[in-house]
Design a protein around this ligand. Structure first.
Ligand SMILES: Nc1nc2c(c(=O)[nH]1)N[C@H]1C(S)=C(S)[C@@H](COP(=O)(O)O)O[C@H]1N2
Ligand SMILES: [Mo]
Length: 360
């Protein structure tokens, strides 16, 4: 694969792999901003980053539709109402290194910065699908970027169920703006998919083709990756023949991370700050922290949450702390579900969501 045309990458990221380019910020930097500035948005690639001119870029919609259409970027921007949504983009591999500490996992070694909370601008996917006269019983909407080569397949692809795509409240967008600016090549410009509440792997960058199909996307990244395999499957060889038995991840689980813990010895207090994200059963309602034992918990203050799809920022000041120790965090959602102390290991190291922790 050809990596000679990569755009300049942000210098504020910790590079976890050079080719393909995979890099994340420190979570302590991330939580300083409600909306993640572009230089702090992680980069997750399975192949080279491609740069396209908007002028001759097109999107084709085909498959189970009444009318197959090919739209230019100008068509997309002028034929459909434009809209914006704040949504957290998170890789399923966020916190993978913590799962890898339990037992070896396969995948890029990620810490806890593989998340970005951005304002995405574009048009609603459902409007474009309606225009193509989608016929939608039990179907899947498959997204592909034939424009890019990948490590494990000849193109990058994903799919979501039609119901998620067609329910306007889900805010699934064909996005051409990030944080009120033109979407950069690095993050999938001219056009990427945005699926709030769903793992980043489905948010296809450099999107050029949508196929409405009776089946899920046959792409490698939908079928043989991004699944939580049972812990009995320990190696790639074990996994080889069983991928199709397990569902593709859609929502990532309820999670919280401690990004920084600052100890003030003179007042015996600890200032703690972090982020949280919801699972599939309602938004984050509260975040709690515990010193050392995980028995007694105090509520953190939620300092930011915007609509249904953003991350939650929180902070807490805990008094009477010892000279050194460990602080834990857990998130609780609107249904009262509580983030678990531990997370069951899986071979790919995806969807890790044990309590957040930080030592001082
Ligand atoms: N075409 C294409 N789209 C892609 C990917 C990719 O490698 N190629 N990576 C996916 C994954 S796994 C994630 S987490 C997000 C990362 O988006 P970002 O690089 O803008 O942060 O894009 C998704 N879309
Ligand atoms: Mo990802």
């Amino acid at each position: 694969m050809d990596y000679s045309n990569e755009p300049e990458h942000s210098e504020l990221l910790v590079v976890q792999a050079q080719e393909p380019f995979n890099a994340e910020p420190l979570s302590a930097a991330l939580v300083e901003f409600q909306l993640t500035p572009e230089e702090l948005v992680y980069c997750r690639n399975h192949g080279p980053v491609r740069q396209f001119s908007e002028d001759d870029y097109t999107l084709t919609v085909k498959g189970m539709v009444g009318k197959e259409v090919t739209l230019s970027m100008r068509d997309i921007k002028t034929m459909f109402p434009q809209t914006r949504v704040v949504a957290a983009l998170q890789c399923a591999g966020n916190r993978r290194n913590e799962m890898g500490a339990i037992k070896r996992v396969h995948g890029v070694g990620w810490n806890d910065g593989v998340i970005a909370n951005c304002s995405w601008g574009g048009v609603k996917l459902c409007d474009v699908l309606k225009y193509a006269e989608i016929q939608h019983d039990n179907a899947h909407v498959c997204f592909t970027s034939y424009a890019t080569l990948c490590q494990d397949d000849t193109y990058y692809g994903s799919s979501i169920p039609v119901e998620r795509a067609m329910n306007t409240e889900n805010d699934v967008l064909l996005a051409f703006e990030m944080n009120h600016e033109a979407l950069s090549a690095e993050h999938g410009g001219p056009l990427r998919l945005v699926v709030p509440g769903v793992l980043g792997a489905r948010w296809v960058k450099w999107l050029d083709t949508i196929i409405v199909s009776p089946d899920e996307s046959p792409n490698f990244y939908q079928q043989r990756d991004y699944k939580v395999l049972p812990p009995t499957i320990e190696t790639k060889a074990d996994a080889k023949d069983v991928w199709s038995k397990y569902p593709a991840i859609e929502s990532l689980p309820l999670n919280s991370v401690i990004a920084l813990a600052v100890h003030h010895p003179s007042s015996s207090s600890l200032f703690v700050k972090g982020y949280a994200v919801p699972g599939s059963s309602g938004n984050v309602a509260s975040v709690e922290v515990s010193i050392n034992d995980g028995e007694s918990w105090v509520s953190a203050k939620i300092t930011y949450q915007k609509g249904r799809w953003s991350w939650t920022l929180w902070e807490a000041e805990v008094t009477d702390v010892p000279q050194s120790g460990t602080v834990f965090s857990r998130a609780i959602d609107e249904l009262g579900r509580v983030q678990n102390k531990e997370c069951v290991w899986n071979m790919r190291g995806v969807a890790y969501n044990a309590w957040g922790h930080k030592s001082w």
